[in-house]
Write a protein that binds this ligand. Structure first.
Ligand code: SGN
Ligand code: CA
Length: 520
């Protein structure tokens, strides 16, 4: 299941720029090139579906190139497992309660301190392309071309430096095309770049590119051992609405919009939205779509499934579409890596691959994210830094660390008020004696879609303490060594007093450090 790592060095001519002064950036000699930063982030990409982490489901040879030639973080986490908040944490290096973007209904105050603004001031050329999801217009970018909200998988509009424009084709291809065009159009000698290439994929509703529809057609994926979790001892897990069995919609999520109009959703809204999705496609896309899904629909009708058989059919269908979408992400990352190589940029470009959070691939019976449980709290994180150390890093790292890391790589002083830590020492393979012992997490979006209660907590290397509040009042404690799937809430059990006390004091320490809201 978990992959052992292959290690392959890349040849680099990296010169340490951590002592670089701001002034010197613009007058660099050819030999002392500052590092470019290519920050690739997908939306909802689970670490379970990257073969560098886990080979049960899919091969992702291109994403694996970043891992093989760089560092694989095995304990990368987010601070608030949902898109907008996660992105705000990335931009500011600060937790949600300080950057002000707590849930997806917020609007980002882009005038506050962010790493792109600081890099821009230091002489970097900055760009963001693809998903943005922060509500307000990007600030601190020389170029921006972003999706509107979630964007669409097909023929999606973009906002190009303030102007709405159309696109034609599949979003992951189009977003990559725009990024390659931007890279190609730059005066390469002028400035180092920081490019945020942020894919919409593989966000719900997991619409594959037409060229990938026949992939995994006959595959049967292993059902997670806790697919039929009954959530005993975990009240918030009982309240959620993200079950593949109960909440995944046949028409909207699983694309069973039949021409005969015989299949219906429990929710009229989702059914209509599911049928509307198809209308975005152009005639050629519709033809390819129909060739594939009409057969799926026909078979589905004949099978007349119910109960567990229906739940498992939904799981298989979900996995197939999700993995098809990932295949396209992986292929497009290959295009970008090839471009860097062909243009001799690999040797002075740091490449990061991550997601805005993790995702459930049927664990606990779920899709979606939000919970502080491992699958959604953790996120993939692979970083290839020329002349950096190859291998695994098992330290606790979090998305608030990106901003200080990028600044550090650029030789820009990291502002003291950032909550995150620079990963540069870890990337150089330095022994981080004083690395953090605990991670703070806080999720606020409730009541809302998928019905996940508000909660916060602390995770150490081995344990996790969570407090669910608002409509509920419940503590959970997990021993991740003995119970990695978090099925057994041991909070309050005899024998856990000492560890509970330790976790409690680590939580209080973090709350103090981050000046977190007082809840209890
Ligand atoms: C949409 C999705 C949800 C998803 C949120 C947040 N519904 O609202 O399933 O949890 O986005 O996702 S959908 O009907 O629009 O597909 S996030 O990653 O952008 O935060
Ligand atoms: Ca997301």
């Amino acid at each position: 299941m978990m992959n052992t790592r292959k290690i392959k060095p890349i040849v680099g001519t990296y010169i340490n720029v951590s002592t670089l002064s701001l002034l010197s950036l613009s007058c660099f000699s050819e030999e002392k090139k500052p590092m470019n930063i290519l920050f690739i982030m997908s939306d909802d990409h689970s670490y379970q579906t990257i073969s560098a982490y886990d080979n049960r489901y899919i091969e992702t040879p291109n994403i694996d190139r970043i891992s093989d030639e760089g560092m694989r973080f095995t304990k990368g986490f987010v601070a608030n497992s949902i898109s907008g908040p996660s992105r705000a944490c990335v931009m500011t290096g600060k937790h949600s309660h300080v950057n002000g973007f707590m849930d997806n209904s917020d609007q980002f105050d882009g005038s506050q301190q962010t790493f792109p603004q600081l890099l821009q001031k230091a002489g970097y050329e900055t760009a963001v392309i693809g998903k943005w999801h922060l509500g307000t217009d990007p600030i601190g970018f020389d170029y921006w071309k972003i999706l509107i909200g979630q964007g669409d998988y097909y023929n999606t509009p973009f906002i190009d430096n303030g102007k709405r424009v159309k696109s034609s084709g599949y979003a992951t291809n189009v977003t990559t095309d725009i990024a390659l065009e931007w890279l190609g159009s730059r005066d390469k000698k002028a400035k180092p770049f920081c490019l945020m290439l942020h894919h919409k994929a593989p966000h719900r509703t997991w619409m594959p590119d037409t060229v990938d529809l026949s992939l995994y057609k006959d595959a049967v994926f292993p059902i997670p051992a806790n697919f039929y979790d009954n959530y005993e001892g975990r009240v918030a897990a009982q309240n959620q609405k993200m079950s593949i069995d109960k909440d995944m919609d046949l028409i909207y999520d699983l694309k069973l919009a039949d021409k005969e109009n015989e299949i219906h959703s429990d929710s009229k809204g989702l059914e209509n939205a599911g049928r509307r999705m198809y209308t975005r496609l152009n005639p050629a896309q519709k033809a390819a779509w129909d060739r594939h899904y009409d057969r799926v629909i026909e078979k589905f009708k004949k099978a007349n499934l119910s109960g567990k058989a229906l739940a498992e059919w939904k799981y298989q269908q979900y996995m197939k579409d999700y993995l098809r979408v990932i295949t396209s992400v992986d292929r497009n990352i290959g295009r970008v890596l090839d471009y860097l190589e062909e243009n001799k940029l690999s040797e002075n470009t740091v490449v990061v691959y991550t997601s805005d959070q993790g995702f459930y691939m049927g664990e606990h019976g779920w899709f979606d994210k939000r919970f502080m449980y491992e699958e959604s709290f953790r996120t993939p994180l692979l970083i290839r830094m020329p002349n950096g150390k190859n291998g695994d890093c098992d330290q606790l790292v979090q998305n608030i660390d990106f901003a200080p890391t990028f600044l550090d790589i650029a030789g820009v002083k990291v502002p003291k008020d950032m909550h995150g830590e620079s990963l540069l020492p870890l990337l150089k393979g330095k022994k981080a004696k004083k690395w953090r012992k605990g991670l703070y997490y806080h999720y606020y979006e409730h009541p809302s879609e998928h019905s996940v209660n508000k909660h916060y907590g602390v995770r150490t290397d081995r344990y996790k303490l969570i407090y669910f509040y608002g409509d509920v009042d419940a503590w959970e404690l997990y021993d991740l060594k003995n119970d990695p799937s978090e099925m057994n809430n041991i909070y309050g059990q005899v024998g856990t007093e000492k560890i509970t006390k330790e976790l409690f004091s680590e939580l209080e320490r973090l709350e103090k450090q981050y000046n977190s809201p007082k809840i209890r």
